[in-house]
Design a protein around this ligand. Structure first.
Ligand SMILES: [Ca+2]
Ligand SMILES: [Ca+2]
Length: 232
């Protein structure tokens, strides 16, 4: 087995690194500059792997599933503009992506919008991503079009996932009492929205006026608390 012993010597008035082959008793000389370059490269690589980690990006596509509403890329809601698929592009951990769509009420009665993500693949992807929208909870009349921003939050702690998908289900229905953000269930997120919008009128933030008295107040927060956990 070949064993090398590395040590520094003075050779022809230049500092060099010498390698002694114990088996053959030969002395080999290497320029100091080359050895320093290799050592620096290895140190930088080690630093990058340990402290920066490998570059991480995530690709993602969402299919759109709708009932009672149509989702379009533009406000004129042409049939050729229907949104069937949302490509979120390349995402980075800790980033936020948003996409603007136009949602039209396509039934003959006023509705409230309900949106929920589903069919996460892999299933644990939902631990690291949150989908929200800026729908303010107002009633949507037949044929009326709302501009809505869908916002995807990617956790900085995401790991083990480089590619995933989920579907976005958007429908219309009756308002579930206390479901301020229109995700079909009453949760702490709804309570936070009420507190953030306290004092606003129902025109400014319709979803927060749970009891319909025209203003977002602590009474609405109480109703949300009473209904916590309702919905799917
Ligand atoms: Ca909710
Ligand atoms: Ca109220």
């Amino acid at each position: 087995m070949r064993t090398n012993l590395i040590y520094r010597v003075l050779h022809n008035n230049k500092s060099v690194v010498a390698s002694t082959n114990k088996e053959k008793g030969e002395m080999q000389y290497f320029p100091k500059e080359k050895v320093v370059t290799v050592v620096v490269f290895l140190c930088l690589t080690l630093f990058a792997v340990i402290f920066l980690g490998a570059p991480r990006t995530i690709t993602n596509v969402s299919a759109l599933d709708t009932e009672k509403v149509g989702v379009y890329w533009h406000s004129n809601c042409a049939d050729t503009d229907r949104v069937f698929l949302i490509d979120w592009g390349t995402l980075n951990p800790g980033s936020i992506e948003s996409i603007v769509v136009y949602i039209r009420n396509e039934v003959e009665e006023p509705i409230f919008l309900i949106m929920s993500p589903k069919n996460w693949a892999p299933s644990n992807a939902s631990n690291y991503m949150t989908l929200r929208w800026d729908y303010n909870g107002r009633q949507v009349d037949p044929g009326e079009v709302l501009q809505i921003k869908l916002i995807l939050f990617i956790s900085a702690q995401i790991k083990g996932i480089s590619n995933f998908s989920f579907d976005i289900y958007i429908t219309g229905g009756q308002r579930l009492l206390g479901d301020v953000n229109g995700d079909g269930r009453v949760s702490s997120s709804d309570l936070i929205l009420v507190f953030v919008n306290l004092g606003k009128s129902s025109e400014e933030f319709p979803g927060g006026d749970v009891n319909g008295d025209g203003r977002v107040s602590s009474s609405d927060a109480i109703l949300v608390i009473i209904n916590l956990g309702a919905g799917s």
